[in-house]
Design a protein around this ligand. Structure first.
Ligand code: T4K
Length: 403
């Protein structure tokens, strides 16, 4: 195992001295949390940068999603994609609503509006959509469905910092949108997130929900949580905001190099092309199709053996997790695209300072996949057992390539 590991991502950190000058202010004021001065400045700077009306900072996006659902009074059934990070489903579960999984669009890998509509029942209260890898959902179709059926529409926009569509920020869609500032995202406050809202009253209600529901010293108006962002995290964000445009441009160069070498590789499909306006280059997911010599799982393992930590976001599928697999909507027959994606999609290492020689290590392995270290035997295909490290799917691929 090489010791120079290439991780799927690395956080973009602002220069230490930039953070320190903000921290000096925090230390001097001794306001370290509960919506202090740096928090206020960061919130205003973010609203301006993202070009959205109102921002409520949170300790992370998972709490942001829970509070968004809570604020809209979502109980009953919530329709959400089966293909997402665990936080999406867990947030619904934590607010006590009933999860209903929907399938995804095979091209964008974001939720399929037609399947959303099929799954609406008299108990449905909300659509909780995800712009997967910042690939925009069909926002118009989802807005129409929500309007016709009287449903709340919330976006888990965890991946979408600075992402745009033809009308502006992706974060403007829905009743509320939630973005993540986790260390693994395009823009980071180490841990953090924000809820984007459209009017001051909603913003203020969300601010209170982040602070136990406290209105003032003698009043509490809602069952809130402690979901506040501290001054330290806000300081990192304020310092990092000055560098995010450069980071996104550097990410673009990495994406372009992946695209140039992978676009013509048989069996590899790239989902996020480089020249798409408004893209934030959060991730570089590939689909490992059946005509590639290795299954996604085996390719992932071979990369890892060579120190390349690509990640299978999102495997396992949410609907196959032990706490959700018995739900009626988890029936695999109703989720063919989501199941396919969870088996075939892998995100390649991507961060602004990924060195070209490291990226070449990744590309060389994918363009010249390691040969199978076993030869197909005439009888081997009748047995379920495959040689160590391979799965039945690899066996079928070798069989097909020999046919
Ligand atoms: N909705 C969606 C659709 C999401 O994808 C997420 C989070 C959320 C909601 C919730 O957002 P937050 O509540 O987190 O704000 C990571 C992140 O923890 C998670 O934020 C993210 N999505 C998810 C896609 O990825 P893991 O379990 O894969 O993280 P981990 O620790 O394995 O890190 C991945 C790689 O990043 C490591 O191999 C190395 C590198 N890394 C990581 C950290 C934490 C660093 O270099 N430095 C670091 O500090 O979940």
């Amino acid at each position: 195992m090489p010791d120079d590991i290439i991780y799927v991502t690395r956080p973009s950190l602002p220069p230490r001295e930039d953070v320190m000058s903000f921290l000096d202010e925090v230390w001097d004021s001794r306001f370290v949390t509960n919506g202090g001065p740096i928090h206020q400045r960061f919130e205003a700077a973010l609203a301006a940068y993202l070009d959205v009306p109102y921002v409520t900072l949170t300790a992370n996006a998972t709490l942001g999603c829970m509070l968004a659902l809570r604020h809209l009074g979502v109980t009953g059934e919530v329709i959400t994609p089966a293909f997402s990070f665990v936080a999406t489903a867990h947030a619904v579960n934590w607010v006590g609503a009933d999860l209903v999984f929907a399938d995804i669009d095979p091209v964008t890998l974001s939720i399929d509006p037609a399947d959303v509509e099929r799954r609406i029942t008299p108990k449905t209260r909300a659509i909780f959509a995800v712009h997967c890898y910042a690939n925009p959902c069909d926002t118009q179709a989802l807005a129409d469905i929500a309007k016709r059926h009287g449903l709340a529409l919330i976006y888990d926009a965890a991946h979408c910092f600075a992402a745009k569509d033809e009308g502006g920020s992706l974060l403007r869609h829905g009743d509320l949108s939630v973005v993540s500032f986790h260390a693994t995202k395009v823009f980071s406050t180490l841990e953090g997130g924000a809820i984007i809202s459209h009017d001051l009253e909603t913003k203020q209600a969300l601010d209170r929900l982040c602070n136990y529901g406290i209105v003032d010293e003698s009043n509490v108006d809602s069952v809130g949580l402690n979901a506040k962002m501290s001054e330290m995290h806000a300081a990192v964000g304020l310092a990092q905001l000055a560098h995010v445009d450069r980071d996104i441009a550097l990410r673009e160069q990495v994406v372009q190099r992946y695209w140039d070498r992978l676009k013509d590789v048989d069996g590899i499909r790239c989902i996020c092309p480089p020249d798409h306006p408004g893209r934030n280059n959060y991730a570089f997911p590939i689909v490992v199709e059946p005509d590639y010599p290795l299954s996604c799982r085996t390719l992932h393992e071979r990369l890892k053996e060579n120190g390349i930590h690509a990640r299978r976001y999102f495997y396992p599928l949410l609907s196959q997790l032990p706490m959700y697999r018995d739900l009626p909507s988890a029936d695999p027959q109703g989720l063919p695209q989501a199941i396919g994606a969870s088996k075939k999609v892998m995100c390649l290492p991507l961060y602004p300072d990924l060195a070209p020689e490291d990226q070449d290590r990744v590309l060389d392995m994918i363009c010249n996949p390691p040969a199978c270290d076993w030869a197909p035997q005439p009888y081997a295909f009748d047995v379920m057992q495959t040689p160590a490290g391979y799965i039945r799917e690899d066996l079928d691929r070798v069989q097909n390539s020999c046919a």
